[in-house]
Design a binder for this molecule. Structure first.
Ligand code: ADP
Ligand code: ZN
Ligand code: ZN
Length: 817
């Protein structure tokens, strides 16, 4: 009898691939174990076993595998089931899903580049011969391809060697250089090693005899660390010894104390200083029991709770229940809502049972979380993570919480799998026969619609915690203000007045402008020319800070010209405005106050985001100007006024979800005002104060917004009433895309008739020198989704079999956002 395995390769192959194995290997292997395999002429890949069987492939001769890489599966059977669903639903390959799911050091292949870990001390005697040879080669060369190592070791089976070196943390796989995500660094001190001996300490004490305060600090440090046997925080030391931070700093400067940092979410908790969860108020209590009740009957419940109603505390109670039942919990959040604030809050309750998972983690950190979840370790009972944490190897999942479920960043845009984390989480929960709770102050139309149709349970929570009033929202007509000369730059007299009053009372202010940069577009007053990106069909944005014009699509940049490129005129003017300009105007209007800015540009650097949040929390910023980054679940105690500088650019965005999104954004950012006893105030500046969405925002009328928007979606056949698949064709040759798209759309029309829209060039039709053209397929509720996808795939296959069209890239995006 012959033995074979089907494997997933980390490349976009439509089908799984078959390899030959021996009987002994067949007895050992299980689905979810990795093997290294040859592919093509000279490539090697890490492949994942899907099934073990006796059927030789029909059309090719199965090659033998090189080697087995794991003793036990690193991917669970539930995950494989989940991956199959994803690949089928989102029209991508299992290889695509595998690549998205596995940390990059799990999927080695001949092209993978590895380098030595500089900050790791490895002793030669800890390395086996083959490991040593590679490690030494990496001392000479900064990085090596796996292919190179095959020739260095003169053998094909190098993946096991690399795997061992990775496990010893001697090397790492080179990835796109992410700025390593560091939520918050906590400062610790220890005594410098030369003083830690008995004698050293004695000498030190004598030296310090004339500096009693410094001596006190050292004594305190000794007694605290003797007591707790844990690292000592600078803040604790300062408190215990009653010494100012400047004394501690002097000791650090003298080299007596050494300062070091530990990342907040990686601090080991011993469980001693855990807090009890809060006692819920009557409304929260009622919501909790309704959630429990609906989840008994249904698999999914939507919690619609206004901002600051205390949803998090309700989640905490639900998590406690799961922990009691020895189940794992997944707590999903949009990437930028995953702040230290929330991590800390949960760690206070659950200590080291919380594992944080972030796409910006290094591969090594991701492997660590992966293994902890897979082994169902105590330190991974609660996974707090962004989108990709739905792809972790849960063992015993009891509940998934999807917070801020309306967030569009839950949908992966590029590359495949283009999955929506909320919907993918729901399927994951169902595989475990467990439950999903969606939460939001501004639910997506999709989820609220599902709740209304009875597919989801619905729980409403309309009371803010502590009876804090909803903010008072005022609309300001800037057209009228302009006419009556009541504007200074982009600030109306009302806004200035309110800012002054708020500052005088000692409260803080948030100014929201949903655009970064200075004044997005520069236009010539003489000829109307606006500088364009040479790679994309889009105007460049002015960034005053660097005196540059930049493209927000491809990163192209150029020095801001002094004269118009087209006519030479010096009258270059700005149209529209961004955060940088608001920041500058605010500085001029309020020169005695600190103005800060939070957008992609200011948060890029190391700890940029955390720094700004901390500065605001600690009162170092009076006025914070920012983009939508400001809206995400932040809990600032002292912010009383929120100004929305211009509501119109959101409302006019060319997308069928623009109105829904504007509503969500404005309500969320308003929710940052007055979260304590003081009632918050929100000023919205607009050219169109009678816009229905603005009225609904100002009266907090979610349901009215929902019904009206749903009506429009119904009338124009958009989600959630219809489903939608977006097909994008992409190529650097305009003609090719144009002709190809026509052919594609025509074929789709023969099947779906009037439910095909396009082809259409998007507003920015060329990005990075590639032309794009979109086709939309709308799918009525009654039409089978499976059959629709089959038909599309069939057309796709015939399209790609036309020689002329083959070079065109086709992107299928299911439930596009
Ligand atoms: P949401 O997530 O609904 O916006 P939060 O959970 O952040 O609201 O709660 C808002 C604030 O109220 C937080 O500072 C939180 O600590 C506090 N809070 C909520 N519920 C309680 C409670 N039961 N007891 C004490 N404080 C609470
Ligand atoms: Zn560009
Ligand atoms: Zn000009």
């Amino acid at each position: 009898m012959n033995y074979f395995i089907n494997v997933i390769l980390p490349i976009p192959l439509e089908k799984s691939f078959t390899y030959a194995i021996t009987k002994a290997e067949a007895d050992f292997l299980q689905p979810g174990i990795r093997v290294s395999v040859p592919f093509g002429k000279s490539k090697i890949y890490t492949a994942l076993v899907l099934e073990i069987h006796n059927n030789a492939p029909q059309v090719y001769e199965a090659k033998e595998i090189h080697q087995i890489l794991d003793d036990t599966p690193i991917v669970t059977t539930q995950q494989l089931e989940h991956w199959h669903w994803m690949s089928k639903y989102y029209l991508c390959t299992l290889g695509d899903v595998m690549r998205a799911a596995l940390p990059s050091s799990f999927v080695l292949e001949s092209e993978t580049i590895v380098s030595k870990n500089e900050n790791q001390v490895i002793k030669d005697e800890d390395l086996k011969d083959d490991e040593f040879i590679i490690y030494e080669a990496l001392q000479q060369q900064s990085s090596l391809k796996i292919q190179d190592m095959m020739s260095i070791l003169d053998k094909k089976n190098v993946l096991p060697v690399i795997k061992r070196l990775l496990e010893k943390n001697a090397i790492s796989v080179q990835e796109e250089i992410y700025e390593k995500y560091k939520p918050k660094l906590v400062r610790y001190v220890k005594i410098a090693s030369q003083f830690s001996s008995q004698q050293g300490l004695q000498n030190l004490m004598e030296d310090l005899s004339r500096a009693p305060k410094q001596r006190d600090v050292i004594m305190t440090l000794f007694s605290v660390s003797a007591q707790t046997k844990k690292p000592v925080k600078v803040s604790d030391l300062s408190q215990e010894s009653d010494a100012s931070s400047s004394i501690i700093k002097t000791l650090i400067d003298k080299g007596i104390l050494e300062e070091y940092h530990i990342q907040m979410d990686r601090v080991e908790y011993d469980g001693d200083d855990k807090e009890d969860s809060k006692q819920l108020n009557e409304y929260q209590e009622k919501a909790l029991s309704e959630i429990t009740e609906t989840l008994e009957k249904q698999n999914i419940t939507l919690l619609h709770g206004v901002t600051s109603s205390g949803k998090t505390e309700i989640y905490v109670k639900l998590i406690e229940e799961q922990l009691k039942a020895k189940k794992q919990v997944l707590y999903l959040l949009p990437e930028i809502a995953l702040t230290t604030q929330l991590v800390e809050r949960l760690q206070n309750y659950f200590g080291e049972q919380v594992a944080v998972f972030h796409s910006k983690y290094s591969s090594h950190e991701r492997v660590e979380v992966w293994n902890n979840v897979l082994n169902n370790l105590p330190k991974a009972q609660i996974v707090l993570g962004a989108r990709s944490s739905v792809l972790l190897p849960f063992k015993n999942l009891g509940l998934i919480i999807v917070d801020e479920e309306h967030e569009s960043s839950y949908k992966q845009f590029d590359p495949a799998p283009r999955y929506h984390a909320r919907d993918t989480a729901i399927v994951l929960a169902s595989i475990f026969k467990s439950k999903t709770l969606l939460g939001s102050a501004t639910p997506s139309l999709e989820s609220y619609f599902n709740a209304q149709q009875g597919k989801y349970g619905l729980v409403e929570l309309n009371h803010r915690y502590n009876n804090v009033m909803m903010p008072d929202i005022e609309l300001i007509d800037i057209k009228d203000k302009q006419k009556r000369k009541r504007m200074q730059g982009h600030f109306s007299d009302r806004l200035i007045e309110e800012i002054k009053e708020t500052l005088a009372q000692g409260f803080q202010i948030i100014l929201f402008q949903n655009r970064r940069g200075f004044s997005p577009i520069i236009e010539c007053n003489s000829c109307g020319h606006a500088p364009q990106c040479p790679n994309c069909d889009v105007s460049l944005t002015f960034h005053q800070y660097r005196n540059q014009l930049r493209c927000h699509y491809c990163g192209y940049n150029a020095v801001m010209p002094k004269t118009c490129d087209a006519c030479g005129s010096v009258e270059l003017d700005s149209k529209g405005f961004g955060t940088e300009q608001v920041e500058q105007e605010a500085k001029l209007l309020f020169p005695d106050h600190k103005v800060g800015r939070m957008d992609l540009d200011t948060t890029r650097g190391k700890y940029g985001y955390e720094k700004i949040i901390t500065a605001l929390e600690q009162g170092e910023i009076d006025i914070l100007v920012g983009t939508q980054m400001l809206t995400k679940g932040l809990d600032f105690r002292n912010v009383k006024l929120v100004g929305i500088m211009n509501a119109d650019n959101m409302l006019n965005f060319p997308d069928f979800r623009a109105h829904e999104r504007s509503y969500q954004l404005m309500v969320q950012v308003s929710g940052r005002a007055g979260r304590t006893k003081e009632r918050g105030k929100v000023l919205i500046q607009t050219y169109n104060p009678y816009h229905k969405i603005l009225q609904q925002v100002s009266t907090n009328s979610y349901f009215e917004m929902f019904e009206e928007q749903l009506g429009e979606r119904q009338a124009f056949k958009y989600p959630p009433v219809f489903r939608m698949i977006k097909i994008t064709l992409k190529h650097k040759d305009f003609q090719k895309v144009d002709v190809g798209a026509d052919w594609y759309a025509k074929s789709l029309r023969t099947v779906f008739g009037k439910h095909v829209l396009g082809p259409e060039f998007p507003p920015v039709a060329r990005i990075r020198n590639q032309y794009l053209k979109h086709i939309l397929v709308k799918i009525p509720q009654k039409q089978s989704l499976g059959k629709t996808k089959e038909a599309i795939l069939k057309i796709n296959t015939s399209f790609l079999s036309v020689k002329d069209f083959r070079p065109i890239r086709v992107i299928l995006n299911v439930d596009n956002y």
